[in-house]
Design a protein around this ligand. Structure first.
Ligand code: 9PG
Length: 517
């Protein structure tokens, strides 16, 4: 093991260096004013934080498993995945970035401690200077190491999730496809809900004509057919869960590793080093591409890098990357959008990556975000915050901030909040929507066309402030992170079922007994 000791003062402005070490201790002489924390996967918080505020674990375990890197969910210090930075002075930052898959950086008082989780040696980049320049240098090194997207321009995508959610069937999707008319969407993507159960990847009961028939329908409109899959997770209701129980990842004690909850309930992670699992993944992707789908949204990918004891012993993110490579090869020319995906281990193997949590047609759910201390929860504010802190990835991969809303129907965002989300879409260049065409007023539909065709001039003024075609856009309202130290709401949520029984059954029983006495 080699630990490299560095002094921040020794790095002059605009200097950068590359080192090989298993640990790097970067002494800052004093605790920094701001600390850049980069979340592990698509939905996990990326933001400049006040280091005096200690990290607070997400309160609900179901969300912790889905939204955080499980290895550091209870760490006493802030831990950043692969890259971290501190502010030394106005627009003078110091960045420490790993160039290997399992690099993490902990802020311990006034020391930035970089380490490789597997204990091996790896490369590190240390750079000092203007924020955008230093991040660009780090991104360029990542490109050399892992590669970049193969496509010039991100596609414009219509996706079924944020209007229909799970409630899709072939007739409502056919109506949506027809309703889009000649709007310049390049991809029509079917999201979760086409399958009866995540893990059983066949047309569900709502798609009696089969998935190949629907892909053909999409292609007939001149668009690429897109489909959603969560290839690394399975649910206990599946046949393979029981028939191939050895495919499911277990921890050191032999217990199954959960991968958080999704809409169907608790999910489990596949052991992606198992040869039979890799073969199954290869066949799955070839089948779906064979149906005619040229755009694959691969979701809940973090499950491939869950903490556990694998068939083949290797660092979890290496296991993840090898399995993603199998799917990349099986996908041929198809576009891969990685979602819920560990960021750096996906580079070079996917074409686009979701860079924030899900958007919602409202700004924030205080119960889920604030009371549960979960800034990764689906909410437009959370999505804008994290995505904006990941714009530096743009030269490497198409960065998907999730869909934008053009509808006023079923939309509780204020016009200003909605405009901020659209402006974020402009910054990333990835343009998507889920609005049902019949929800748009004629003027809104025209706005969609204009937006999809526009290529406005964008200029960055400050960290959260941009100029888009002469209009000043300030994203600061999306930046605050509120946490709660109050336990009562959580207690209430946990005990709701019990309280209901007391209220509806026990209490009346006691009262009637009294009355009868
Ligand atoms: C489909 C969706 C969409 C979406 C993805 C992902 O249970 N949950 O709390 C939960 C939150 C978000 C989530 C899924 C489940 O979103 O980001 O675009 O594809 O899956 O299920």
């Amino acid at each position: 093991m080699t630990t490299l000791l560095l002094d921040a003062d020794a790095l002059s402005p605009s200097a950068h260096q590359i080192f090989t070490a298993s640990r790097v201790d970067l002494n800052l002489t004093q605790p920094p004013k701001r600390f850049y924390r980069h979340g592990w996967h698509s939905w996990t918080l990326a933001a400049w934080l006040d280091p005096h505020e200690p990290p607070l674990p997400i309160r609900a375990p179901e969300f912790r498993a889905k939204d955080e890197d499980p290895a550091y969910a209870f760490h006493k210090n802030h831990v950043s995945a692969w890259v971290s930075a501190v502010e030394l002075a106005e627009n003078d930052i110091l960045l420490l970035g790993a160039l290997g898959l399992s690099g993490r950086i902990e802020l311990d008082g006034s020391t930035l401690k970089g380490f490789y989780e597997d204990g091996h040696q790896g490369d590190w980049f240390v750079g000092r200077g203007k924020e955008d320049e230093v991040f660009a240098q780090y991104a360029a090194l990542l490109e050399t190491k892992f590669g970049k997207t193969r496509f010039e321009k991100p596609p414009r995508v219509w996706c079924s999730w944020y209007s229909l959610y799970k409630w899709i069937d072939e007739s409502v999707l056919a109506k949506a496809l027809h309703g889009l008319g000649d709007l310049p969407f390049d991809v029509f993507q079917i999201d979760d809900g086409w399958e009866d159960e995540s893990g059983h990847w066949e047309a569900g009961r709502n798609f009696p004509s089969g998935m190949a028939a629907f892909a053909e329908k999409i292609q007939a409109t001149g668009r690429t057919a897109g489909i959603w899959l969560s290839p690394f997770i399975v649910t206990p209701n599946l046949k393979i869960f029981h028939e191939h129980n050895d495919w499911i990842l277990r921890d050191e004690q032999g217990n199954l590793v959960t991968a958080g909850r999704n809409w169907t309930g608790t999910t489990y992670a596949l052991d992606v080093t198992h040869p039979a699992v890799l073969e199954w993944l290869d066949r799955l992707i070839r089948k779906v591409v064979g149906w005619g789908y040229g755009y694959l949204k691969l979701d809940f990918l973090y499950a491939g890098a869950a903490v556990g004891k694998r068939y083949k012993e290797m660092p979890r993110e290496e296991a993840y990357r090898s399995a993603l490579r199998v799917m990349r090869e099986a996908a041929g020319d198809a576009y891969i959008l990685a979602c819920g995906a560990p960021i750096i281990p996906s580079l070079g193997l996917c074409d686009g990556i979701r860079i924030g949590p899900d958007v919602t047609p409202y700004w924030l759910n205080r119960a889920l975000t604030v009371w549960l201390n979960n800034p990764n929860d689906p909410a437009t504010q959370n999505a804008i915050r994290t995505s904006l802190h990941r714009l530096w990835l743009k030269p490497l991969v198409h960065i998907d901030p999730d869909v934008l809303f053009f509808r006023t129907r079923w939309n509780a965002l204020t016009p200003h909040e909605n405009q901020l989300l659209q402006d974020l879409g402009t910054l990333t260049g990835f343009k998507g929507s889920s609005d049902l065409p019949w929800w748009w007023k004629p003027s809104e539909k025209e706005k969609v066309r204009e937006f999809l065709e526009a290529a406005p001039q964008v200029q960055k003024l400050r960290r959260y402030c941009y100029q888009i075609d002469g209009r000043i856009v300030d994203f600061s309202p999306a930046m605050p992170i509120s946490v709660s130290h109050m336990d009562f709401p959580v207690w209430l949520a946990r005990n709701w079922g019990f309280l209901k029984i007391v209220w509806h059954q026990a209490l009346p029983a006691i009262l009637t007994q009294r009355l009868h006495r």
